[in-house]
Design a protein around this ligand. Sequence first.
Ligand code: ZN
Length: 298
Amino acid sequence: MKLKNIVFTILLLLTILSTNNVHAALNHYESSVQSIQTQIYIPIVATLFDAINGNPVNAIAPQYVTILQQYDNWILIPTWIGEKWINTAARLPHNAQIIALTFDDGPSRHTDRLLDALYERGVPATFFVLGSRVERYPDTARRIVAEGHEIGNHTFGHPFLTRLCADSIYNELIWTSNTIYHTTGVRPSLMRPPYGAHNQTVRNVAAELGYPVIMWSVDTRDWERRNVNAIMSHIVRPNGTLRVRHGHNILMHDIHSTTVDAAIVMVDLLLSHGFTFVTVSELLEHRVGEPIAGQVYN
Ligand code: ZN
């Protein structure tokens, strides 16, 4: 565990413990179901922390959560993890700063290391996968879905869609959707065109298939300079202030080992600044409500 993580965990634990007595709240819950106080709607995935030891927990917050206790901007909620309930703590979402990580062109042989790091930190991401890559790395594609990440359509073979006719664009997207569905059991609801290249024909086909067209807010250019510092220079300025803001989505490619290294540094930095990571669909829900098929979003 890196020093930064340890410091962050200790700060978190102190925040939870100093605001009130978590153990008393847990005992109260265990002794009486009537202790349930309120139910609220959480439209986004919050980063959850084990209320006992303060470690991040890889779990998706249920849409309706029961609040056991509320201290300042922290809430204590029971969460179903695998096969048991544990008590978790989360920041109240109304003042959360949300941000989405997006990884294109995978899965690859580097994706599992990225998934390990995201799992350890309880951080969701969005993977715009290629159909051809899902065929090659089916277990990794299934893991992406099983661990609560969003999977998006990035075409089958990564062509410039602007050079194709409508039928070919349609085939690229449908083959990929079918491959993802037959491999993981879910269908993507977003598409990102390779190279970000789109025209009216691309947008019309996307609309026909029900896909909003997803671009990005921050390009890390991780394919160009395979170096953690170079990638991070798109996230943080030399004076330490952040280039990224609430509501941004960050473009990376999980086909380079250096991208995985940089993503880990990036996640720890942004968590320490209080950002909550969400999927692109959750980011859009927060920003625009229901996204419109065929419309372009960054
Ligand atoms: Zn791509």
